[in-house]
Design a protein around this ligand. Structure first.
Ligand code: TYD
Length: 137
């Protein structure tokens, strides 16, 4: 599976680092929502869903975590441990987040407002949906 990562430019100087992410310039969509996950307890695995119509960029702005991706055919494990690196996740991609370091802050930029109806939370339903789409192409 092709894992799409964005390398953002750290504007470092003798004061420290600054990263800017501009919608539709540094990432391919307009940002309508930002959320972040932190204080994740040891051993927690979360996510366990896909979206029908949502693009996201995940940036572990502090600490580290891992992302399990599954497109219904292939899987990938992605380490996020750099505040200047973003993982792009489009629709129809099952994701799970795990191995959060105690200090991890996972920032998510999303193309749409929160909409529970957009979630696919049943893995079997997800598999059927992507396989049906492939068959009907
Ligand atoms: P949840 O979907 O369980 O997180 P994960 O992506 O790790 O599976 O979300 C946790 C709670 O936060 C749940 O009550 C829904 C709420 N929430 C919002 O209100 N807005 C959001 O943008 C997100 C992502 C979640």
């Amino acid at each position: 599976m092709e894992v799409i990562k964005y390398a953002f430019e750290p504007h470092g100087d003798d004061r420290g680092q600054l990263v800017a992410i501009e919608a539709q310039l540094d990432i391919p969509f307009e940002v309508r929502r930002v959320y972040y996950i932190y204080d994740t307890l040891a051993g927690v695995r979360r996510g366990f869903h896909a979206h029908q119509d949502l693009e996201q960029i995940l940036v572990c702005v502090h600490g580290s975590c891992k992302i399990h991706l599954d497109n219904g055919y292939e899987t990938a494990e992605v380490v996020l441990d750099k505040p200047h690196e973003g993982l792009y996740i489009s629709n129809d991609m099952w994701r799970e987040m795990y191995d959060f370091s105690p200090d991890a802050v996972l920032l998510v930029l999303a193309s749409r407002h929160y909409d529970e109806a957009d979630y696919i939370r049943d893995y079997e339903v997800f598999l059927k949906m992507v396989h049906d789409k492939e068959t009907n192409q």
